[in-house]
Ligand binder design. Structure first.
Ligand SMILES: [Zn+2]
Length: 317
């Protein structure tokens, strides 16, 4: 179902929708108290506070009016209009999942063939102590070089009674000769009814309902928060917050769950950064920063993107 976004925004007192440019691809801005959404007609990529947000359905123009799909409004936009509430109990529990392990090598560095499984474990081990000193009880799905099935990783989070699950990965292009692709992306499970951003070779049956779909709102809120922090602190290129349905480590989760791809090992420049322990420490600090601040409602809320003070010149495009 398509919703005229101007009317919806007025009725719900979200804020004004402005046309930024006309022509063949009209561009619009929705200003809310919590952030700025930029979207273009016929384009799946929107921007939330300057960060890539992949919609399920490309916005349409009907009788000159911009229309967004009701599922995008419910699952991609409404969650962002409210700040995330981190678990407030004294012992909030997180399971960190270093991707791959053992004979499951993951991708490998174009520089020297180093495996993803080594980098993900290192990232997790750097992240754990920072979270532990900030009120999280932390469990790792693996602490050594061992292969654990995806279903066991999910079962482990159940046995820990985790409040949050975060899986750490590094990316590579499908074609080994493609070295250009770069950037950090954060995934969460696709809401029922919505096409995924990434399907790989899998069927993307939009009718399926997974346990983790109960957490659609928190999933996106965590994903956006972690992605923004990674861009700000690690200064990486934005590859967007994306949706996938095939990730077995996410869809069976009975708690909010996200999967972070911390850069492309197939890109020489990015592989060099990932090989540097100081950079991996930054990646860890970035994820932690997203999970420790209690968001304060500012008064009055900023009408547009806030430029957080940057200490290292990192950009948040
Ligand atoms: Zn991986």
């Amino acid at each position: 179902m398509w919703i005229p976004i101007k009317r919806w925004s007025e009725e719900n007192k979200i804020g004004p929708v402005q046309k930024l440019s006309s022509g063949s691809v009209p561009t619009f801005a929705l200003k809310s108290a919590n952030g700025l959404l930029i979207f273009r007609a016929y384009d799946l990529v929107a921007y939330w506070n300057g960060m890539e947000l992949h919609l399920g359905f490309a916005p349409q123009i009907v009788n000159g009016e911009p229309m967004l799909h009701s599922l995008d409004i419910a699952k991609n936009i409404q969650p962002l209009l409210h700040p995330l509430t981190l678990p407030e109990k004294p012992n909030r529990i997180i399971v960190i999942d270093p991707g791959h392990g053992g004979s499951n090598l993951g991708t490998k560095s174009v520089l020297d063939g180093s495996y993803e499984k080594v980098f993900t474990l290192d990232w997790a081990k750097r992240l754990a102590p920072i979270l532990e000193t900030n009120g999280w009880k932390v469990f790792l799905t693996r602490t050594s070089d061992e292969d654990i099935s995806l279903s066991n990783r999910v079962a482990f989070a159940d046995s820990c009674k985790a409040d949050l699950f975060i899986s750490l990965h590094f990316n590579a292009t499908a074609s080994p000769s493609d070295h250009d692709e770069s950037g950090i992306e954060t995934f969460c499970l696709t809401p029922t009814g919505m096409p995924s951003t990434l399907t790989r070779e899998y069927d993307d049956d939009v009718t399926l309902v997974y346990p983790n779909n109960r957490f659609d709102t928190e999933n996106l809120q965590y994903a956006v928060r972690v992605q923004r922090s990674l861009l700000k602190i690690a200064g990486a290129h934005d590859h967007g917050v994306r949706r996938a349905r095939f990730m077995g480590v996410l869809r069976g989760q009975n708690r909010p769950a996200i999967l972070v791809e911390g850069g492309y090992l197939s890109n020489p420049r990015e592989a060099r950064r990932i090989a540097d322990p100081a950079y991996r420490q930054k990646l860890a600090e970035a994820v932690a920063a997203a999970l420790v601040e209690t968001p304060k409602v500012q008064n009055p809320p900023p009408p547009v993107q806030t430029q957080a003070p940057s200490t290292n010149g990192a950009t948040n495009p």
